[in-house]
Design a protein. Structure first.
Lengths: 430, 430
C-alpha cells in the first residue's frame, strides 16, 4: 500500500558523497519508494558554490541558504554530508526544531557533540541516524545498536581508517618507509594533501569514541580517546613484527575493563599476529572485530570510505528514517544508561614489544630485566643481538598496565647501558 | 522514561538455544529493560519434557501446552526455537492471531513458508523477525534488510553451514578424506548423528532461499535453490584445488543475472582462490560476502551456530520487536516487490574445473577440446599428465552457462578415449 504524497528530503552538501546520494535517489527512485512505502523527493540541495554544474540535479533545487532550507517546515529528512563542526551542528539542531529527522555522515561532529544532538533529536521526537559516520558502507552502527542489543559487547577492535591502512599495507608488502608509502597514497588519492587527520589518528579516534559509546551504552567523548598516530612506524618495526609472526596496523580499540566497571578507548599502531583476521585486511579496506558475551567473535569488513560506499550507508539510514516517519515512530535513540566511566590509558592492559639499543657488555640484560621486575612487568621473551660494542635487545612482555610500562621505559632511559629506546609497540589481537 | 508494566515473552522450545535465551533474559534483565524502555518478563516456556530440570527457570512457567500458551492473549512476543515445520508453523500463525509478534530461529520453516508467515504477520500488524535463522550470531538479515535498503545487492556468496566448513577445513589442512573428517566432526559435536541436512546442503539451501529473497526483494522458495552436497569431495579434489591456488568450500550463492531481470540461488562445493577472504574462514565459522552497487564488497564473519551465538541473535530481535511494540510500530516486513523470477541452474554462468581420465594417446586433447568448442565453452587452461597408457586431463574453463557445461560433460562421456569424468567442480570468487 503506497502513500502518494512524497517524503521530502533536504540534502546539505553536494560533494563526493552528496552527489552520489542525489544520483541514487533519482536513478533508484522506484526501489526506494517500494522499500519505504512512499516516494521520496529531493526537495532542496544546499551547496557553497551554486554555479558548479551538478549533473542530474535540477538547478532550481540548489540553494546557498542551508539555514532557510532546514527551516522550511515541510522537510521530512535532512541529510547532512557537509562534515566538520559548524555550520553542520547548528543546521542539524535547527532541522530537529523544524520537525525533520536527520541522517548524518559526520564523525567529527558525532564524536564531539553526539550527546547534545541526540538530546535534541529526542526532545523533538525525531531520528538521528549516522551509519555512514563510521567505516563507510560497512554496517556497524546498526549491528552494534540493534543486532547486539540483547548481548554484552566486551571489545571492539578495528581498522577504521583506510588511508593509514593503505600506507601500512604498502610498507608491509614492499618494505617502503613511511614517507614513500604516504607519497604513493597521496598520488593515488587515498591520502589528502594534508594527511594529518588520518595519519595522526584523529579520524580513527572520532570513530573509536562513537563505537565505544554505542558498544558499551555509555558516553565516550573524543577527549576520552587515547591517540597515537602512525607517522613514526618504520621499516625496522615491520621487520621486528615479521620476526614475531605479526604485522602492524593502526587500530581503534574499545574495551570493557575485566571488572566490567569502566571502559577504555584508544587509537595507536599495534602489532597483530598474521593469523588474526584483521592482519589480512589490505589496501584502503576497513574491518572491525566485535567480541560479545553470547555472540562470540564477529567481524565486519568492507570499503571504509569513498562516495558510493558512504552514500550506500546514508541511503540505508534514509530508508529507515523514512519508514519510521511513516509509521509515526522513531528508531532506537541514544543509549548511555550504563554511565560507565572511561579509564585513562595508564589503566589499559596489553602486551608490549620494546626495542632497545644497549651497550654490548655483560650484565646489561640483568640490569634491564631488573627494571621490568621492579615495575611488575613480566617478560615473555628477550632477543639479544650485537656487534662492535653495540647491541640491540628486543623485549616482549606479558600483559601489563600501560602505566607500568611507562614507568619501565622512563627507568630504562636512566640506565647508562641503555643508549636509546628504539621503539615501543603494543601487541594486540592475541 | 521506563514503562513499568513488563512486556510478556513466551518461549517455545527450551533446548540449547531456548535455555540460553531464558538464561540471558534473567541475568541481563536490567540491561534489556534499559535498552527496550520496559522490563521483559518470561511469561511461559513450552517444552516437550516437563520433568527435565531447567536451571534458572521457574517450574511454574513450564508447560507442555504450547498452543494454550500462544493463545493466552497477554503475550507480547513469542520466541520460537523449536525448529522444524510443525508444530512451529501453526504456533506462529496462532501467535499472530492472538496479538503477539514473533521472533524465530527457524530456517527450514522460513525458507518453506516465509511468504505465508509474513502475510499473517502483516494481516495482524505484528512483527516477524528471524536474524537467528541464518548464520547464527552474524548480523546478516538486518544489514541486508535495513543497512542496504538504499542499495542494489547483486551477489551474496557465503559459507553458511559450520559443520561442512569444519569438515572441508579439516580435509584441506590434514589431507584427510571425507569420511575421516566427518567422523572427527561427529566426535567433536560439530556434526549430528545423521549429518544429512548439513552435508547434503539442505541446511545451506534453506539459508540461501532466505538470503536471496531478502537481498533481491523477491520470492525465492526452497525448491528454487539448486543443491549439491559435499559428500563426494575427495582428497584428490583438494590436491587439484591447491595446484590452482584454491581451496574448496561449500558455498551458498545468490546472484542477480547480468541483465537484472532474474536471480539464481544455489548451494554446491566450489573452488575459491586462497586470496579470497572466504578461503581463510576456518573451522565451524561462517562468513558471508555481499556485493552491492554502491557499497561494493562487504563481508560478515562469525560463529554460525551454537546455543549462545544463536541466542544473541534471538535477543537482538527480541529487543527490536519489543521496542516496536512500545512505539506502536512494526519493523520492515516482507519485501518481495521486484517479483524477479528465479532462473534454473542451467542459466548460471560460472567457471569449471574438470578432471578427466583419458587414454594416453595422440589426438585425445584435440578430441576433448573439440567437444568444449562445439558447446561454446571456452577453455582457459589444460594440464595433461600420464603414464602407462593412462592419462589425466585437467581442464579449467572460462565463464560459461551451466547448461552448456552439462552438454560438454555428456558428450565427453560418449568419447571412447575418455575413460571417466573424475570430478567437476565450479570455480567461484574471482
Amino acid at each position: 500500500m503506497m502513500r502518494t504524497r512524497p517524503l521530502k528530503v533536504a540534502l546539505l552538501g553536494c560533494g563526493v558523497v552528496g552527489s552520489e546520494v542525489a544520483r541514487i535517489m533519482t536513478t533508484h527512485a522506484d526501489d526506494l519508494a517500494a522499500r519505504i512505502g512512499a516516494p521520496v523527493e529531493l526537495a532542496g540541495v544546499a551547496v557553497r558554490r551554486p554555479s558548479k554544474v551538478r549533473e542530474g540535479i535540477d538547478p532550481a533545487l540548489v540553494t546557498t541558504d542551508a539555514t532557510a532550507l532546514v527551516k522550511r517546515g515541510d522537510i521530512d529528512v535532512v541529510v547532512e554530508v557537509i562534515g566538520g563542526i559548524e555550520p553542520a551542528r547548528t543546521l542539524i539542531t535547527t532541522a530537529f526544531e523544524h520537525g525533520a529527522s536527520v541522517v548524518s555522515a559526520n564523525k567529527a561532529l558525532l564524536a564531539q557533540d553526539g550527546e547534545a544532538l541526540h538530546a535534541a533529536a529526542a526532545e523533538h521526537g525525531r531520528d538521528l541516524y549516522y551509519e555512514a559516520a563510521v567505516a563507510g558502507a560497512i554496517p556497524l552502527i546498526r549491528p552494534l545498536r540493534e543486532s547486539l542489543a540483547g548481548d554484552k559487547v566486551n571489545r571492539v577492535l578495528g581498522i577504521v581508517n583506510g588511508t593509514t591502512n593503505f600506507i601500512l599495507d604498502k610498507m608491509d608488502s614492499t618494505g617502503a618507509g613511511y614517507q614513500e608509502a604516504l607519497d604513493e597514497a597521496t598520488a593515488l588519492g587515498y591520502a589528502e594533501a594534508d594527511p594529518t587527520a588520518d595519519v595522526e589518528g584523529f579520524d580513527a579516534a572520532a570513530k573509536a569514541a562513537i563505537l565505544a559509546g554505542i558498544a558499551f551504552h555509555t558516553r565516550v567523548r573524543l577527549d576520552d580517546v587515547y591517540r597515537e598516530g602512525m607517522t613514526e612506524v618504520t621499516a625496522a618495526d615491520f621487520a621486528s613484527a615479521k620476526e614475531m609472526g605479526c604485522t602492524i596496523k593502526l587500530l581503534a580499540i574499545c574495551e570493557r575493563a575485566a571488572d566490567g566497571q569502566s571502559v577504555t578507548a584508544r587509537v595507536h599502531p599495534a602489532m597483530i599476529p598474521l593469523s588474526h583476521p584483521l592482519a589480512s585486511v589490505r589496501g584502503a579496506y576497513n574491518a572491525v572485530f566485535v567480541e560479545a558475551d553470547a555472540a562470540g567473535q564477529l567481524m565486519f569488513y568492507g570499503p571504509g570510505a569513498g562516495g558510493s560506499p558512504t552514500a550506500s550507508a546514508v541511503l540505508g539510514d534514509l530508508v529507515a528514517v523514512c519508514r519510521n516517519r511513516l509509521g509515526g515512530a522513531t528508531g532506537p535513540g541514544d543509549s548511555a544508561y550504563t554511565q560507565l566511566p572511561v579509564s585513562p590509558m595508564g589503566d589499559v592492559v596489553t602486551r608490549y614489544h620494546i626495542s632497545l639499543d644497549v651497550a654490548d657488555k655483560p650484565g646489561v640484560l640483568a640490569q634491564v630485566a631488573t627494571v621490568f621486575a621492579e615495575h611488575g612487568v613480566s617478560i615473555d621473551t628477550v632477543r639479544q643481538s650485537g656487534k662492535d660494542g653495540e647491541a640491540s635487545l628486543v623485549v616482549v612482555t606479558h600483559r601489563a598496565a600501560d602505566a607500568a610500562l611507562t614507568g619501565v621505559v622512563d627507568a630504562l632511559r636512566q640506565l647508562d647501558t641503555v643508549r636509546g629506546v628504539a621503539s615501543i609497540m603494543r601487541v594486540e589481537g592475541e
